[in-house]
Ligand binder design. Structure first.
Ligand code: ATP
Ligand code: MG
Length: 409
C-alpha cells in the first residue's frame, strides 16, 4: 500500500487484545517517553535499537535488537507496526524508505532528511521565508579552502558548524578571522561546514508544532530555552521575555513551515530573538524535543501523546497549557561531588546519588529519570518539571532544586 493510501486509514486504539503496535527507531529517552504515552493510550510499542539496556528498550513491549540499517530488523518492525516513527534525526533515509514500503512512516523521509543536513535546512528556511516571515542567520557553505578565501567580511565573527550530525553544540567552533576558519576547518578534517554569522542574541525560543495526515495542525505555547555549554539547561513557559507579538510571529512561522514540509507528526523549531527584537529561525528537529518535555506535566496533551496520535492518524490533542512550568535538565554531573574537571568519569569514588527525596518534597516537582545505568558528565540522565499556580512559584522551586543538586543557577 502506498504512503498516501495508508495515510487514509487510521490505526485504531485497541479495545481488545492483541493491541495495535506503534514502532520507534531508536532507544533513547525520547523513545522511552513516547512509549509511556502510547502505552497509556493502549498501544503496544516496539523499539528498534542495538543496545540492550537502553531507556526505550526497558519499557518497550518488544525490543528489536539490530542496527538501524539492518534489513531484517527493519522488516520485523514494519511488519509488526501499524505506524513507525523515529526518535533521533540521524536515521538514514534508506531505512525510512525501507520501512515506508511496508508501513506508514511519520514523519516521512523527506522531512527528516532536510533536518539532517544544515545546508538543506537553511535553504529550505530561505525558500519558505515568504510564507513563514522569518529568515535564518546569514551563512555560507564551506566545502573547500577556496570557499574560505571568499568569505565576505560581514560573516565574521561567526560559528563554523558541521553540516551533518551536530547536536548539543557538538561540531561547532566560534571563529573571529579567516585564519580561525582555516584552522577550524582543518580540525574538522575537511568535512563540509556551514559558516554562520554570530548574531547578538537576546534570548532563544522554540515552538513545538504538530500536524496530522489530514493537514490539521496545532501549535504549542512558545518556550524560552537557556543553554549551558551547548546543552539545554532550562525551558520556561511562559517566559516574561517573550512578547505576545514575538510569540505569535514564531507560532505562525512554525505553522507555515510544517505545512510547507507537508509533515506528519511533532516538529520542534528553534528560533533566536535578537537584541533589536528580530526573530531568526535557527534549526528544526523532526521529532519531540527536549524543550517540549514540559508538555508532559503542564499541557493537556504531551508532545509524546501528540506524536502517537499523529502517526496513528487519530485526531490531534488539545495543546493548552494548564500550569506555568519550568523544566530543568538533569545531567550526569549531579552524581559527582563538586565540579572539578579532574574528576574521573569512570571511577565512582566521588559519586553520590542525588537527593531525590528532597527534590520530590518540593511542591509541583515532577521527576523523570531515563533509566541510564551510568551517570557521565554532560549526559542527559533525566529532567524535572516544576509546575505551579504562578511562574514565580515554579521559579522558586527551580532555585530550591538547584541548591539541593549543587547546580549553580
Ligand atoms: P542542539 O541540537 O542542541 O539544538 P546544535 O548543536 O544543533 O544544537 P545550534 O542549535 O545550531 O546547534 O547551536 C547551538 C547554540 O549555539 C544555540 O542554541 C545558540 O546558543 C548558539 N548559536 C548557534 N548559532 C548561532 C548564531 N548564528 N549566532 C549566535 N549564537 C548561535
Ligand atoms: Mg539547537
Amino acid at each position: 500500500m502506498s504512503q498516501k493510501q495508508s495515510s487514509l486509514n487510521h490505526v485504531s486504539i485497541p479495545t481488545t487484545t492483541p493491541a495495535t503496535w506503534l514502532g520507534v527507531m531508536g532507544g533513547g529517552q525520547l523513545g522511552r517517553m513516547f512509549a509511556h504515552a502510547a502505552q497509556a493510550m493502549g498501544f503496544k510499542v516496539a523499539v528498534l535499537e542495538q543496545e540492550d539496556d537502553c531507556p526505550a528498550g526497558q519499557v518497550a513491549d518488544r525490543l528489536i535488537r539490530t542496527s538501524y540499517t539492518d534489513p531484517k530488523g527493519l522488516d520485523e518492525l514494519a511488519s509488526l507496526c501499524g505506524a513507525v516513527t523515529t526518535e533521533f534525526e540521524n536515521v538514514s533515509a534508506e531505512s525510512l524508505a525501507a520501512l515506508a514500503a511496508k508501513t506508514y512512516v511519520a514523519p516521512s523521509a523527506s522531512g527528516v532528511s532536510i533536518a539532517q543536513d544544515r545546508i538543506a535546512e537553511k535553504s529550505f528556511f530561505v525558500d519558505c521565508s515568504a510564507a513563514s516571515g522569518v529568515q535564518p542567520a546569514p551563512h555560507k557553505i564551506i566545502a573547500t579552502e577556496a570557499d574560505i578565501d571568499a568569505i565576505p567580511a560581514d560573516l565574521l565573527p561567526g560559528i563554523l558548524k558541521t553540516v551533518r550530525m551536530g547536536y548539543d553544540g557538538k561540531g561547532q567552533v566560534r571563529v573571529r578571522s579567516i585564519a580561525d576558519v582555516k584552522a577550524a576547518f582543518a580540525e574538522m578534517k575537511g568535512v563540509t561546514c556551514l559558516l554562520e554569522k554570530m548574531l547578538p542574541l537576546a534570548y532563544e525560543v522554540s515552538v513545538l508544532v504538530a500536524r496530522g495526515a489530514d493537514g490539521d495542525a496545532v501549535v504549542y505555547p512558545i518556550a524560552e530555552n537557556v543553554h549551558r555549554d551547548g546543552i539545554l539547561f532550562t525551558t520556561t513557559v511562559p517566559s516574561d521575555h517573550v512578547s505576545d507579538a514575538v510569540a505569535k510571529k514564531a507560532q505562525d512561522a512554525a505553522l507555515a513551515i510544517i505545512a510547507k514540509l507537508d509533515y506528519v507528526g511533532v516538529l520542534c523549531i528553534e528560533f533566536f530573538v535578537l537584541t533589536d527584537g528580530a526573530l531568526v529561525v535557527n534549526e528544526m528537529a523532526p521529532r519531540p524535543h527536549n524543550s517540549g518535555h514540559y508538555t508532559i506535566d503542564a499541557c493537556i496533551t504531551s508532545q509524546f501523546e501528540q506524536q502517537a496520535r499523529a502517526m496513528a492518524r487519530l485526531p490531534l490533542g488539545d495543546v493548552r497549557q494548564h500550569s506555568p512550568a519550568v523544566m530543568l535538565n538533569i545531567l550526569g554531573d549531579v552524581w559527582y561531588e563538586g565540579d572539578s574537571d579532574s574528576d574521573s568519569d569512570s571511577g565512582n569514588d566521588n559519586m553520590r546519588e542525588p537527593a531525590w527525596d528532597k527534590i520530590l518534597a518540593l511542591p509541583g516537582a515532577h521527576l523523570h529519570l531515563y533509566g541510564k545505568a551510568q551517570a557521565r558528565r554532560a549526559r542527559k540522565m533525566g529532567h524535572i518539571t516544576f509546575v505551579a499556580p504562578t511562574m514565580a512559584q515554579a521559579q522558586a522551586q527551580l532555585a530550591a532544586a538547584c541548591a539541593i543538586l549543587g547546580i549553580a543557577q
